[in-house]
Design a protein around this ligand. Sequence first.
Ligand SMILES: Nc1ncnc2c1ncn2[C@@H]1O[C@H](COP(=O)(O)OP(=O)(O)OP(=O)(O)O)[C@@H](O)[C@H]1O
Ligand SMILES: [Mg+2]
Length: 297
Amino acid sequence: MKPELQFFIGKGGVGKSTTSAITSVHLSRNSHDILLVSMDPAHNQRDIFQQDFGEKPQRAGNQLVVKEVNVDYWIEKYLKETEKTIKQTYSYESAFNLQNYFNVLQFSPGLEEYALLLAFENIIHTFKDKDIIIFDMAPTALTLRFFSLPFITLIWLDELLKLRNQIYAKKEIISKIKIGRREIEQDKVKAKLEHLIYNYEHLRDHFISNATKINLVMNHDRLSFSEAFRIKKKLKDIGINIETIIINKAQSKEVPDEVRNEFNNQKIALFPLSSKSILGYKALNEYIDENNEIFLE
Ligand SMILES: Nc1ncnc2c1ncn2[C@@H]1O[C@H](COP(=O)(O)OP(=O)(O)OP(=O)(O)O)[C@@H](O)[C@H]1O
Ligand SMILES: [Mg+2]
């Protein structure tokens, strides 16, 4: 499946943005057409490349463009689409007092990950021509909510569909008694639920596809290991596997036993600690030239 997707995830500050930038530059130098996407609302790529980025991808190198997801834009889009759908589905909208509902919804927990998922869906539809799309993710908590969203939503949607079928069956019985014939009107709510299920299954399939690689970044310290072990378990619970472990800011070539034991099915890459800052396209290239044996394929 093209493009390949790579996610850089891990604890705050371990180097997700730096290692995803280095990997993007490295792969683009090996003649792959790369899109690097910053999915962290606190964007770091602009500081790393020392260049302004936004929703529209900007060229950062030969065969490399960078995009920052504007979470506020996607939250607003999500709210507007929800409002439109509800109004279309329920013609008796005024009975619900929808406006009040929307005034509250904008403060609802969970909006950020919905917005990220919408942005993700848009990206995989828009950039089908890229060889590899690299996602620089937010620290653990938001990223885990983002990955689990399609799975959780599908559980909800399945239950809602069952309920809707029960309601519809009753409605049919009543109309049979009343009018003596089957109602042929289409159930808009059921059709919408089925459409949503189709969409979320598609998103979930992207997360568990062989063309998707999850790179878990950590540093050589105990807190970082513990958090990485927890992330691995939580992702495994929803069927997502980690492809590669990146030990960043490495000061020796040795992989600690506990990491090797826990991640015996994963590739392990060591990204050395740099004595200079890795800021700007030139510095990223110098880092690659100095450490050319480490990189992800
Ligand atoms: N291999 C490295 N050698 C030296 N410094 C590094 C290395 N990797 C990252 N850093 C530095 O560590 C700090 C954190 O890195 P970075 O911003 O990439 O982490 P992050 O995981 O993306 O953080 P956040 O969770 O805040 O998004 C930065 O100052 C960065 O320059
Ligand atoms: Mg970052």
